[in-house]
Design a protein around this ligand. Structure first.
Ligand code: FAD
Length: 296
């Protein structure tokens, strides 16, 4: 499953391999740092095709993305993917961060626009001297170095997109600009993912689109986050989890079961793999793996 030195995620998928990957975020403090490395160490045994590290909205965690991905590249057998967003950066700063990634030996990058500092629903205003859309960052990275590029995709459409079709045009444009793979926002209806893949294929674009998996471990938190990013938790799933109200362990188990069912549906329907939003913990991902009978 591992990409190994010199192998790209695109090549792995082109050879028919299934990709299992994990996403982490840069922690804010020492305790978070320890939790992150414990999760990375545990999940390394599963030989994921890659692990990705998000890029923060600002402040100290941004440098950490470079430091953590660099350490993963140096000290583990894993293939790191470093995220980068356009938020608050000029073109020259973005060039310099891309150069830092290359200097750390990071080949794979996930290039995003990012969200306004007031949250995903606020109006997007580009930084002076910066970029407006992720596609421009893809173009910049292509002109800057030999990067293998991933981008974001949205099974329910990006919340500010005019339509799901317009959003598919955007993903197709990012692929034409040089993106080799996409990872989706969290979603809970398999059909939304299959419809997105179909829309993108209808535009003559064949890049692998990895579904992003987020188990519902805290229903209220996921619903709040979903409202912000345009992901709906379907009423039948709300009912299944709410049926265990007052029994946190049973609610959690139902959330894991729901995620495992979605994973099965996606793989059976031809998804090229699964990308897990781990929240820097290994437990839920391993529970889903167990439910899917995936072992080391
Ligand atoms: P874009 O592709 O630029 O799209 C943004 C909006 O503009 C969409 O509505 C799109 O339809 C529209 N659009 C794009 N191009 C055009 C055009 N040419 N003309 C008209 N409209 C256009 N955020 C972080 O801050 N850090 C992270 O590390 C991070 N990682 C993520 C990883 C994944 C897998 C996903 C799915 C999201 C991630 N995000 C992250 C969130 C992401 O930054 C937001 O969802 C952001 O609002 C959109 O980013 P994008 O790259 O899709 O932007």
């Amino acid at each position: 499953m591992a990409t190994g030195p010199g192998r790209s995620i695109r090549d792995l998928l082109a050879q028919g391999g299934r990709s299992f990957s994990f996403e982490f975020f840069p922690p804010k403090d020492e305790a978070g740092e320890q939790q992150l490395w414990e999760a990375i160490e545990t999940l390394e045994a599963y030989r994921p095709s890659f692990v990705s590290v998000t890029y923060g909205a600002g402040g100290g965690t941004r440098d950490k993305t470079i430091a953590i991905t660099g350490r993963i590249a140096r000290d583990t057998s894993l293939t790191p993917v470093a995220h980068l967003t356009c938020v608050g950066h000029t073109r020259a700063e973005l060039e310099s961060i891309l150069d830092s990634y290359a200097g750390e030996g990071i080949e794979h990058v996930m290039l995003l626009r990012g969200d306004p500092s007031d949250g995903p629903r606020a109006e997007w205003v580009a930084t002076d001297g910066g970029l407006t859309y992720a596609v421009e960052l893809v173009e910049l990275a292509r002109s800057r170095g030999d990067f293998r590029i991933g981008v974001a995709a949205f099974p329910e459409g990006h919340p500010s997109a005019a339509s799901r079709d317009a959003d598919a045009d955007v993903l197709a444009a990012k692929a034409r600009a040089g993106a080799e793979f996409a990872v989706t926002q969290m979603f809970f209806r398999g059909q939304d993912y299959f419809d997105l893949v179909e829309r993108v294929r209808a535009r003559g674009v064949d890049i692998p689109i990895l579904p992003g998996i987020m188990p519902i471990l805290n229903l209220n938190a996921i619903r709040r986050q979903g409202e912000l990013i345009g992901t709906e938790v379907p009423t039948d799933l709300v009912a299944r989890i709410s049926a265990h109200d007052g029994d946190p362990a049973a609610m959690r188990a139902e959330g894991i079961a729901i995620a495992a069912e979605l994973c099965e549906e996606l793989l059976a329907g031809g998804a090229p793999g699964l990308h897990f939003y781990t929240l820097n913990r290994s437990k839920a991902t391993l529970e889903i793996f167990a439910a899917l009978n995936l072992t080391v």
